[in-house]
Design a protein around this ligand. Structure first.
Ligand SMILES: NC(=O)c1ccc[n+]([C@@H]2O[C@H](COP(=O)([O-])OP(=O)(O)OC[C@H]3O[C@@H](n4cnc5c(N)ncnc54)[C@H](OP(=O)(O)O)[C@@H]3O)[C@@H](O)[C@H]2O)c1
Length: 282
């Protein structure tokens, strides 16, 4: 069985990877409580003492708004630690899979008149617009050509007590009877985490040091996503009110506005409607 050293195994996505693939691979979690990846010497000693075929690197500073205030910490975790992990992997002859994000893109309209909606493929040029995305892009540059880079977008899953993803956050607030304002002039590409896990399983078996997008089959406005969530759990969809991107993100870290992310490498995932159906089953 292949041995996979995994960082971020206690997080939203990492914990589901271990849950679903535990019978197929031997996972060796590198827990922050034992090894803080910003401590390069401790990390090097730990990796040196372990035997593994792949490093699946999910650990990150993931608070998009917090990153604006805590730039140094964000940089240490997302960029410097990633570069150090690659060095250790190379020394061990292990393959590295680095998890990244669609927030490396700017999400801006394109074309001569700036009216054309962008589509982001693996070949598109990143141009981050806030610090979290900037740090993840710098991490990509640190490992490019030497590790596989896998970008994810708006992941959601059925349950995970430690952290609510956007679907469970919206559902929770709606069930509390809260009125929510959701952006109407923007696109996101939600992705069912179980599909991400299947995609990663495939990529582990077809490893190359290329860039991949593991993203949902459909992009949708946050406003329509909110309505779909309300309908899925039979909640009054009138609780969702439209708001503009400019109004919603006033004073917050910017997210890419038109984040239509696609995979051009034959790895297809379910649409948001299909993913929500899976959450609602059993
Ligand atoms: N969630 C999203 O919306 C999203 C979207 C696109 C891409 N991604 C990418 O997917 C990956 C996983 O995201 P996630 O949402 O699953 O993350 P998460 O739930 O925020 O968990 C972060 C993980 O990183 C670990 N970690 C943080 N700092 C560390 C350090 N200094 N040393 C060792 N471990 C550390 C945490 O350990 P503790 O539990 O001990 O704190 C935790 O396991 C990240 O690379 C992220 O950039 C996420």
């Amino acid at each position: 069985m292949k041995r996979i050293l995994i960082t971020g195994s206690t997080g939203l996505i990492g914990s589901r990877i271990v849950e679903l693939l535990a019978e197929k691979y031997t996972f060796i979690p590198l827990l922050q409580s034992e090894v803080d990846i910003t401590d390069h010497d401790t990390t090097a000693r730990a990796l040196n003492a372990l035997s593994f075929d792949y490093l699946l690197h999910l650990a990150a500073y993931t608070n998009v708004d917090g990153a604006e205030q805590e730039r140094e910490l964000c940089r240490k975790i997302n960029v410097d630690a990633t570069a150090n992990l690659l060095t250790q992997c190379k020394a061990k002859g292990a393959r590295m899979i680095h998890i990244s994000t669609d927030f490396v893109f700017d999400g801006k309209k394109k074309g001569v008149h700036g009216t054309e909606l962008p589509i982001y493929t693996e070949a598109s040029e990143p141009n981050p617009i806030a610090y979290y995305g900037q740090s993840k892009y710098e991490a990509e540059q640190a490992v490019k050509g030497e590790a596989m880079i896998v970008r994810l977008s708006y992941p959601y899953r059925k349950s995970f007590d430690a952290k609510r993803d956007f679907v469970r956050t919206i559902r929770y607030l709606l069930e509390q009877g809260k009125t929510l304002t959701m952006v109407q002039d923007s696109l996101i590409t939600p992705t069912f985490i179980d599909d991400i896990v299947n995609g990663l399983d495939y990529l582990i078996q077809h490893y190359s040091t290329d860039i991949y997008h593991l993203v949902g089959a459909e992009s949708i406005t946050p406003y329509d996503a909110g309505k779909l969530i309300a309908r899925t759990w039979h909640i009054n969809e009138k609780l969702i009110q439209p708001v503009s991107y400019a109004e919603y993100f006033k004073g917050k870290a910017l997210r890419p506005q038109w984040a239509r992310i696609v995979s051009t490498k034959g790895i297809t995932m379910q649409s948001f409607a299909e993913g929500l159906k899976c959450l609602n089953e059993s």
